[in-house]
Design a protein. Structure first.
Length: 377
């Protein structure tokens, strides 16, 4: 039985030599031009059910397509677990194309699977290339981490030695403050590494509570104002919220939302010498909560922006760490936002400043599975 679709896909794709599938926004495969040729094809197949996408890189490509982007999926993986009709020992080049409705919103996703014939030599070469890439990334990441660890450790060890030979109370207090700062930095780094480990294992625990957003923003304002004062920077911290008592209440993970905002503001403070940092929140027309952190800092180069949230890509990129830091906080924030049902992005101009924006959903109104509300968002 053919499904009723807004276009005559049968005429377009029935004689196409490649596999073409159409998925609706709920993840249901509503069309496959070669399903008669695949005995394992299921007319009720849903790519979003049974946690099929958990831990799969393909999830990120699918989300981009549902946000209106055309995506070419690298052919390093044949995703046989996602598409049971794939032929064994066969590689596919996969392309994803959004199909928009009259409101310019994605209604369907077209997935083109093009069989790629590879010799054993080509497969072995690709596997070797991937192993070498993984080694380089791991080495770069560990090198950067060791650099991040050395700074607070040197503070702690160096000033502890100075204290042992110092008799002036004022100097001891000054050294002790530096030691405390180094300990705080070290603890923060270790906590982030532990959190990244949990993220990698897909072991993030969500703790939902109902709270007021404006109160949370004020807490962050006070914390960050104190930090700016201690650093002696000429930066103004300000809040701009359009939320009122009628719409500021939300059910979400308060701790993780607070951590995302703190990570973004910390990042802005680090790369802003003077000017302002603004923390804002509004309610969108889609009834999502939109947050932003805007600064007048150094900005981020256009070429670097596309992988600012990708931890291991940044570790691999030459000179990225020296310019912008390792960025564990941004990678963690990206994962937290997705788990809160939203998206995060940035706009930046070198020498002018950067604005990070992200959305989250009110969990008390969301009854669908996580991947579904991410896509519908």
């Amino acid at each position: 039985m053919r499904f009723s679709l807004p276009f005559d896909f049968n005429m377009l794709f029935d004689h196409c030599p490649y596999i073409v599938e159409i998925y609706d926004v709920d993840g249901l495969c509503v069309y496959n031009n070669q399903k008669e040729n695949y005995p394992f094809y299921d007319s009720n197949y849903n790519i979003l059910q049974d946690n099929r996408l958990d831990g799969s890189e393909f999830k990120e490509f699918l989300l981009k397509a549902f946000r209106g982007e055309s995506v070419i999926v690298p052919s390093k993986d044949n995703y046989k677990d996602l598409f049971p009709w794939y032929q064994p020992n066969t590689f596919y080049e996969i392309s994803l194309y959004p199909i928009l409705n009259a409101e310019k919103k994605t209604s369907f996703i077209a997935i083109n699977h093009r069989e790629k014939i590879q010799t054993n030599q080509e497969v072995k070469f690709q596997e070797e290339q991937m192993r070498n890439l993984e080694k380089r990334i791991a080495y770069s990441f560990l090198s950067n981490i060791s650099h991040e660890l050395r700074t607070p450790l040197n503070w702690i060890l160096g000033f502890s030695e100075l204290i042992s030979n110092e008799k002036r109370i004022e100097k001891i207090r000054e050294f002790n403050k530096t030691i405390s700062k180094g300990g705080t930095m070290l603890l923060s780094l270790v906590e982030k590494l532990i959190e990244m480990s949990c993220i990698a294992k897909n072991n993030i625990e969500m703790r939902l509570t109902t709270f007021e957003i404006n109160q949370l923003l004020f807490e962050i304002y006070k914390l960050m104002q104190n930090e700016v004062t201690e650093l002696g920077k000429d930066i103004t911290i300000r809040i701009s919220s359009e939320l009122t008592e009628d719409n500021e209440s939300i059910t979400s993970d308060r701790i993780k939302l607070k951590q995302v905002l703190l990570n973004l503001v910390h990042n802005s403070i680090k790369f802003t010498k003077e000017g302002y940092i603004e923390i804002g929140a509004i309610m969108t027309q889609e009834n999502e909560f939109l947050f932003y952190v805007r600064d007048t800092g150094i900005g981020i180069e256009k070429a670097k922006q596309k992988y600012i949230f990708e931890l291991f890509k940044k570790a691999e990129e030459e000179n990225f760490h020296e310019q912008y830091g390792l960025g564990l906080g941004l990678s963690i924030s990206n994962n937290y936002v997705r788990n809160l049902g939203g998206l995060i992005w940035l706009e930046s101009q070198t020498g002018i400043g950067t604005t990070f924006r992200f959305t989250i959903k009110d969990m008390k109104t969301e009854q669908k599975a996580q991947i579904q509300f991410e896509i519908h968002g």
